[in-house]
Design a protein around this ligand. Structure first.
Ligand code: SF4
Length: 381
């Protein structure tokens, strides 16, 4: 297959659904976590759950970069933009994530009292660098978030800023790592001890895996005996991955298989990995929304590039902040609850007025369910 429409073909999806239905064993249940928000979005958008037998349960994972950003980090970004006089550049989804005191970057931009934050939405790290070049009299901070997919472009602009001798550009680095989060889920008491989150297998990330390759997941297959199938973000990719996982589980295998072979290799993008290793190093610990502190799960800028590190330049201190009590994002990100389990889903909390991070990005479980799945709750109710 060559064109995107072919990966969305309904007839083929039904053929795959038929194959899955034939392969599932009647007495067995299959609990499959899709780690990535991209898969969550595809599953909701194309109604893939409706094509699957009732014995297959898809569990949303924490792989939405905006969703896992804790409130304290957004507070830090707002503080930079409101109180330090910088231009804060970041991706669009970050603007609406709720922070402390009912604030968000968007609200700070609109004004708090007589103060107005200079927050700019950018499409890429390169846009943020250009802002610094175009505004030499201003300090520009790039609020960098995301998994391994967005980390190499951040490394590139840090190196470019050094080459250009840009003294007014820094990066507030919040890049996080997929394998550490998967390990954290597998080690969590809900999975390991209590069985409150039964987890049999993973649909492995698409874009992240183009960078890190399939090799890092081998640990989960070997040590935890959990099958992983790396899948693209199109609906047929997901259906094919589910079929491959059902087969592995039926046959008692726990292997890493690669459905997304048109883009992912075992080694991944070595050039990008080397670039990241040159600019960043592991943090000892990083707070994730929903997962709490996760050891060695995020990156910070190496001392060699300290001149471009906003945390060093502005002495940013991180303070953990509790989530809104009514919001169930934490439990949803750990696979414990579903969006419709939240009492304020679709009423107080909507994409126009998000109360939690999972309602912000289209990759968030709540936003995906609100946009594509909530009518089913009404029918069921
Ligand atoms: S519906 Fe809103 S408040 Fe509830 S869990 Fe989702 S994001 Fe949080």
């Amino acid at each position: 297959m060559k064109y995107i429409n072919e990966f969305r073909d309904g007839k083929t999806a039904h053929t795959l659904a038929g194959a899955i239905a034939r392969e599932v064993q009647p007495e067995r249940r299959y609990h499959i976590m899709e780690f990535c928000g991209g898969h969550t979005h595809a599953i909701s958008r194309y109604g893939l759950s409706d094509l699957l037998p009732a014995s297959i349960r898809l569990i949303h994972g924490p792989g939405c970069p905006v969703c896992v950003l804790p409130i304290g980090r957004i507070d830090n970004a707002i503080d930079l933009a409101l109180n330090r006089g910088v231009i804060l550049a970041t991706y669009g989804d970050c603007l609406r994530v709720p922070a402390s005191g009912g604030l968000s970057l968007l609200k700070a931009k609109a004004g708090v009292g007589n103060m107005r934050a200079d927050v700019r939405m950018v499409y890429s790290s390169a846009d943020a660098l250009k802002l610094a070049q175009d505004n030499p009299e201003r300090e520009v901070v790039f609020f960098a978030i995301g998994f391994e997919t967005t980390t190499p472009p951040t490394a590139v602009v840090i190196q470019q800023a050094e080459k250009l001798g840009l003294g007014n550009f820094t990066v507030f680095c919040n890049h996080v790592l997929t394998p550490a989060a998967i390990a954290n889920i597998l080690e969590s008491p809900e999975v390991r001890l209590h069985g409150t989150v039964p987890l049999d297998a993973f649909i492995g990330p698409a874009h992240v895996s183009t960078v890190i390759g399939s090799q890092p997941y081998e640990h989960f297959a070997e040590e935890y005996e959990k099958p992983v199938v790396i899948a693209g973000f199109e609906p047929l990719d997901v259906m094919q991955a589910i079929l491959m996982l059902v087969r592995q589980l039926n046959e008692g295998r726990a292997e890493v298989e690669n459905e997304f072979s048109r883009a992912v290799t075992r080694e991944g993008n070595v050039k990008a990995q080397n670039l990241v290793a040159e600019v960043f190093e592991l943090r000892k610990s990083f707070e994730w929304r929903g997962l709490n502190e996760v050891p060695y799960s995020a990156l910070r800028i190496k001392a060699k590039y300290a001149a471009f590190d906003a945390e060093r330049r502005y002495g940013i201190e991180y303070k953990s902040v509790a989530d809104n009590k009514a919001c169930e994002c934490g439990a949803i990100l750990r696979g414990l609850k579903r969006p419709q389990d939240c009492k304020i889903f679709g009423t107080v909390c909507t994409p126009e007025n998000p109360m939690g991070s999972c309602m912000v990005s289209s990759e968030g479980a709540c936003a995906a369910h609100y946009t594509y799945g909530r009518y089913k709750d009404a029918v069921a109710g």
